[in-house]
Design a protein around this ligand. Structure first.
Ligand code: SF4
Length: 342
């Protein structure tokens, strides 16, 4: 994958196709900051009128710093997560009192403001001040995981750090504001969590996941679970005749019941290897379906459910629907079949 070409194609697509949003008509860091904070837990369409009302009520950092907190809350009413409004005003006061009213321009100084984390600092630094700092949130993790076809778990901090390095590298030779906003728009409109619109994707030719038809599988996003909770990758595996692999548990919680294969592994690739070792047939996972939990009296299964197919005719015993209906199935897995029943 050519990094420069990918970044350039994304920027050109953004220039021609970006969403027309009110905070994109300005490079005022104060306005961009307000929009980014509002967008943290709220949809774009909801944010637009709140943003317009807020900046009309408090047109400058100084106005926000001087306002009674109740008035700030009043403008926030209905958006929820009021700590965001409280932190906004605390940071406005910091700017007035500690920085003589001058908005900090670099990533590190922005991070010192109350309520501004790495994503918001990178967004303001790049959009308002054209600094080459990549924005890395769930959307960007998903896009990069697919572009590079990486199956490291994006829920882990070490993965987020690695993707930040990657993103900072990609942004170096292009317009930082357009690159970051291009990623934001691509994640929101085309490279969606499920069923990405690859046919309309401006960076399709750079995307390894698309090339290898892994876009429905990636990213791997498995959150760590509490004690007594077990995280599995569970697979619904079938052949071209819609016959499914189930096996009889010989021990454990579900002894004598039939179930789907599942392993406590970190990635679809690791599942494929574990399956081959345990069952001596090879499969390929082709789509992520859903996260499903099942609670037993003393433990919870967190199942990350994928669909898979055999790579050659299976030597294992497979079952069609009418046979499956006759089998004693574990309840935990019975509900997973609903995911693929039409
Ligand atoms: Fe995402 Fe598909 Fe584009 Fe790859 S080709 S970046 S998976 S939309």
């Amino acid at each position: 994958m050519n990094k420069n070409k990918f970044a350039n194609d994304l920027v050109h697509w953004y220039i021609d196709n970006h969403r027309d949003l009110p905070w994109r008509k300005t490079s005022n860091p104060y306005y961009i900051w307000i929009s980014e904070i509002m967008l943290q837990q709220t949809q774009v369409a909801t944010v637009i009128p709140y943003y317009q009302h807020f900046i009309a009520s408090f047109p400058t950092v100084a106005n926000l710093a001087a306002a009674p907190l109740e008035e700030v809350y009043k403008c926030w009413e209905g958006l929820g997560y009021y700590s965001r409004a409280r932190n906004l005003q605390a940071a406005a006061k910091q700017i007035i009192e500690e920085n003589q009213g001058k908005f900090p321009e670099d990533y590190e100084s922005l991070l010192k403001l109350k309520g501004i984390g790495p994503y918001t600092a990178a967004a303001i630094a790049s959009i308002a001040f054209n600094q080459p700092k990549g924005v890395v949130d769930g959307n960007v993790l998903r896009i990069l995981s697919r572009i590079y076809q990486r199956d490291d778990n994006i829920a882990l901090d070490k993965t987020k750090k690695a993707y930040q390095v990657l993103c900072d590298e990609l942004i170096k030779n292009v317009n930082p504001s357009f690159f970051n906003q291009g990623l934001m728009d691509l994640g929101a409109t085309i490279c969606k969590p499920q069923h990405p619109l690859c046919e309309s994707c401006p960076v399709q030719k750079h995307c390894l996941a698309f090339k290898n038809q892994q876009q429905e599988v990636l990213p791997v996003n498995i959150k760590k679970v509490k004690h007594q909770e077990i995280s599995y990758i569970t697979c619904i595996i079938h052949n071209e005749n819609q016959e499914y692999f189930l096996y009889k548990n010989t021990q454990g919680l579900l002894q004598n019941l039939y179930g789907l294969p599942q392993f406590d592994v970190e990635s679809p690739h690791a599942f494929e290897a574990a399956f081959e070792e345990a069952f001596h047939d090879s499969i390929e996972i082709y789509a992520f379906l859903k996260d499903v939990s099942h609670v037993f009296t003393h433990k919870t299964w967190r199942m990350h459910v994928y669909a898979a197919r055999f790579t050659k005719p299976a030597s294992l015993k497979l079952y069609n629907w009418s046979e499956i209906e006759q089998l004693p199935l574990s309840t935990a897995h019975k509900k997973l079949f609903k995911l693929i029943q039409h």
